[in-house]
Write a protein that binds this ligand. Structure first.
Ligand code: PLP
Length: 460
């Protein structure tokens, strides 16, 4: 049996969590239209909805909050953050934002015009939506292995370099104001991208005069995988791997709620002084002045410290080890998961878990609901509800290649015993999987429907 990873910390503060009964949970999900985003957190025992903004901060970060300088302009915490960003990312300019999607919005509303294209290995859902809302097109060009949930490959998040080259030739560089690469590839299963692939992506884009922006949310986890899996990078200090990663890019968007180990915040960093000027104008309009960008001084301090802690090798060994441990426990029970396990989450493969439910009956969402009823565990659907779209020509639904349930593990929050509990609950549901019924959508908004849609069970 696999051993859980050893924690590189001890616990100083605890937060009680409450257990409800199965009957209570059945009533709760019916009331919220079978959408777990609408359940109150107090009604959840283990919350794996997201690893975003849910990290436990360290005593060093909490101490930093007390040193928040709440001056409107030029607070000292901004300069601490600037120092950390220069050290780790190497970009000369940055603006803080209230979270990652605000960095995306500021960047895209500055650079994109209707009809433009933005290629990436795979855009995250907010990135995709923020591009499309500008009238531009978000294009995913991940390697084919990245779409096969059972294929073992050390860097399943890699960009398909050949397809990127062809895409630029066919589309024309005039209509591609920037290219992106998401590290690790969240929507593709938290899969890493190799340093070599990041370099090649930069080379192809730059040859055509197109800048590369990295979606850097989980860059520290990505750097750890590079160190562990890329032969040429073995044993190299993580800070050096991070520095080299960003040396191939012209900027990055970052959600500090991930590898910033903070509860809120983000930033947009870049090399170009001209772009920085334009970005500042947008930022002041929608986020705030250039030295706070929608955040309190204390938040900036928590991020400055969290960015440095997130690159600690012992922390990352524990972090990725805990996720891998949960994956291994599930595999012991025969539960079908996406392989290999990524950096921040274990993904259940809902197609293989519930082969009797076609994608039109929302198998992954049905599994999300059942895991809550069975064990008070909140997970999230990354499948038809989140990623299906309408074919503009035919009006028919185009189903996504992957139909997943994500068990995102918050950083430094749950114990390894709780990982065992999660595995047991999933295994119990797997044993009676044939009893699960599908769902249908009864209400949906225009954008990002998974957050607020309502569902109803299909009669079986
Ligand atoms: C979370 C995330 C974002 C958006 O960041 P928010 O802070 O949630 O707005 C963008 N890209 C990726 C890959 C993410 O995981």
């Amino acid at each position: 049996m696999i051993r859980p990873p050893i924690e590189p910390f001890r616990i100083k503060v605890v937060e009680p969590v409450r257990m409800t009964t199965e009957d209570e949970r059945r009533a709760i999900v019916a009331e919220v239209g079978y959408n777990l985003f609408r359940v109150r957190a107090r009604d959840i025992y283990i919350d794996l909805l997201t690893d975003s903004g849910t990290s436990a901060m360290s005593d060093w970060q909490w101490a930093g909050l007390m040193q928040g300088d709440e001056s409107y302009a030029g607070c000292r915490n901004f300069y601490h953050l600037e120092e950390a960003i220069k050290k780790i990312f190497g970009f000369p300019y940055f603006v803080p934002t209230h979270q990652g999607r605000a960095a995306e919005h500021v960047l895209f509303s500055t650079l994109l015009r209707p009809g433009d294209y933005v290629p990436s290995n795979m855009h995250f859902d907010t990135t995709h939506a923020n591009i499309e809302v500008q009238g531009a097109h978000a294009v995913d060009l991940v390697i084919p292995e990245g779409l096969d949930p059972q294929c073992e490959h050390p860097f399943k998040g890699n960009m398909d370099i050949g397809r990127l080259e062809n895409f630029i030739q066919e589309t024309g560089k005039e209509r591609i104001p920037l290219g992106m690469i998401t590290i690790t590839n969240n929507n593709g299963g938290g899969q890493p991208v190799s340093l070599q692939n990041i370099r090649q992506t930069g080379e192809v884009l730059h040859r055509h005069g197109i800048p590369l922006f990295i979606d850097a949310c989980r860059h520290a986890e990505n750097a750890y995988f590079i160190q562990q899996r890329e032969a040429a990078q073995s044993g190299r200090p993580l800070i050096e791997i991070a520095r080299e990663t960003f040396s191939y890019a012209d900027g990055c968007t970052m959600s500090a709620k991930k590898d910033g180990l903070a509860n809120i915040g983000g930033f947009l960093a870049m090399r170009s002084p001209e772009l920085y000027e334009r970005v500042c104008q947008r930022l002041i309009l929608v986020e705030g002045f250039t030295t706070y960008g929608g955040l309190a001084g204390r938040d900036l301090e928590a991020i400055a410290r969290g960015l440095q802690e997130a690159l600690d090798e012992r922390y990352l060994a524990y972090r990725t080890g805990q996720v891998r441990y949960l994956g291994a426990r599930l595999q012991e029970y025969g539960v079908p998961i996406l392989e290999p396990v990524g950096g921040h989450a274990v993904y259940l493969d809902a197609r293989r878990f519930l082969p009797h439910l076609p994608q039109s009956e929302l198998p992954a969402q049905s599994l999300v609901v059942e895991l809550y009823i069975a064990g008070s565990i909140r997970t999230v659907e990354i499948g038809t509800v989140m990623n299906a779209h309408e074919d503009p020509a035919t009006g028919e639904t185009v189903y996504p290649a992957l139909e997943l349930v994500r068990l995102a593990i918050p950083r430094r929050v749950y114990t390894n015993t709780q990982m065992d509990y999660i595995a047991e609950v999933v295994a119990q549901v797997y044993e009676r999987r044939e009893t699960l019924r599908g769902l249908r959508i009864v209400h949906e908004p225009e954008f990002l429907r998974h957050f607020t849609a309502r569902f109803a069970p299909l009669e079986g």
